[in-house]
Ligand binder design. Structure first.
Ligand SMILES: [Zn+2]
Length: 334
């Protein structure tokens, strides 16, 4: 249920392989922001040479509303230009993606937890579309207690789902874990990473063209459009918001089709949300909970009939949780 754009730290393997590093979203955004500052500096220099600061008089700069409109148009262009990278790129995404994330995260090998998650995933997967039914999705357990993002999970290309240990420890039932997996599988099936890759590529190409044409106003606008798409500081970007709500909707349908309680994600989010004190994160989670509840009511004939345990019993989950806790304790003593 990651809400930040950590899914974007992968290589563009489609074409222009030599520029692989340029397509790392974070670097590109930092680069664009840097360019933005440089350009602002030159605009400032230029202005102070030309004239005394003109309080109240309409200068050459476009009005804010016009600027907003231009940025919005640019956002559309950045999102829609060019084709999505081919689907096989998602499947063949190089292994370095996986290794890179293993540097950031402590990947744990805990067989019992892995088997339990695989059992739930298999139950979900039997109801997937033909395209996804037989794909081998990889599961990785990682220690999310010390990375400042407890209760996190995320999906990468190469069909890999990372599940944080606190997600397992905090789960009340099997359906909550199924909800988590179905949400992450949705990110993969809806090709959210491919969409992000296309956007980063377009941003890079557009910026290069603007530089060559010495169109620095365009470079500035591109920087602002990138911020609007991916977010910055306390502002959550358009893309992560859209991707989260799409994955929630799609995951909820998967959950329902497999016979689980389709409010399982809402229940676990409600519990998690309480630990965030009405900050931005909390507001986003509250919106997700509202949407999940509304979507569940839409199918009122099914509401409440879903199961909390299907392929396991409550005691199985508690055994897994106890074994994982023991494993983590032993690890700490090593
Ligand atoms: Zn998500």
């Amino acid at each position: 249920m990651k809400i930040w754009s950590d899914e974007m730290s992968e290589d563009e393997s489609g074409n222009d392989g030599g520029f692989g590093n340029l397509y790392r979203a974070r670097e590109v955004i930092f680069f664009l922001v840097f360019v933005l500052l440089v350009v602002f500096f030159f605009i400032f220099l230029n202005q102070s040479e030309d004239q005394i600061p003109n309080k109240g008089s309409p200068g050459n700069l476009p009005s804010y509303a016009k600027l907003e409109k231009e940025i919005d148009l640019l956002v559309l262009e950045i999102r829609n230009s060019g084709a999505l990278p081919p689907l096989k790129d998602d499947f063949e995404m190089d292994e370095s993606v996986d290794l890179v994330s293993q540097d950031y995260n402590i990947v744990l090998e805990h067989e019992k937890t892995k088997q339990y998650l695989e059992l739930i995933l298999a139950n979900l997967q039997k109801d997937f579309s033909e395209e996804w039914k037989n794909r081998v999705l990889k599961l990785r357990l990682y220690d999310d207690r010390f990375v400042g993002r407890t209760n996190n999970a995320f999906a990468l290309p190469a069909e890999t789902i990372y599940v944080g240990t606190t997600q397992i420890m905090w789960a009340n039932n099997e359906a909550e874990l199924a909800a988590l997996l179905s949400h992450e599988v949705s990110h993969i099936a809806l090709r959210h990473v491919a969409e992000s890759r296309r956007i980063v590529k377009n941003l890079t190409v557009f910026a290069q063209k603007a530089f060559v044409a010495k169109d620095f106003e365009k470079v500035v606008l591109l920087g602002l459009a990138a911020q609007k798409l991916f977010g910055y500081n306390e502002f959550v970007g358009i893309l992560p918001l859209e991707h989260e709500s799409e994955a929630d909707r799609n995951g909820q349908t998967m959950l329902r089709n497999s016979g689980y309680d389709d409010l399982a994600l809402a229940s676990s989010l409600e519990r998690i949300e309480k630990i965030f004190n009405n900050n931005l994160f909390s507001q986003i989670v509250q919106k997700r909970i509202r949407d999940l509840k509304n979507n569940s009511k839409d199918k009122s004939d099914l509401n409440g009939r879903g199961k909390t345990f299907i392929v396991s019993k409550e005691e199985d989950l508690r055994l897994v949780q106890a074994a994982l806790q023991q494993f983590l304790n032993d690890l700490a003593l090593k």
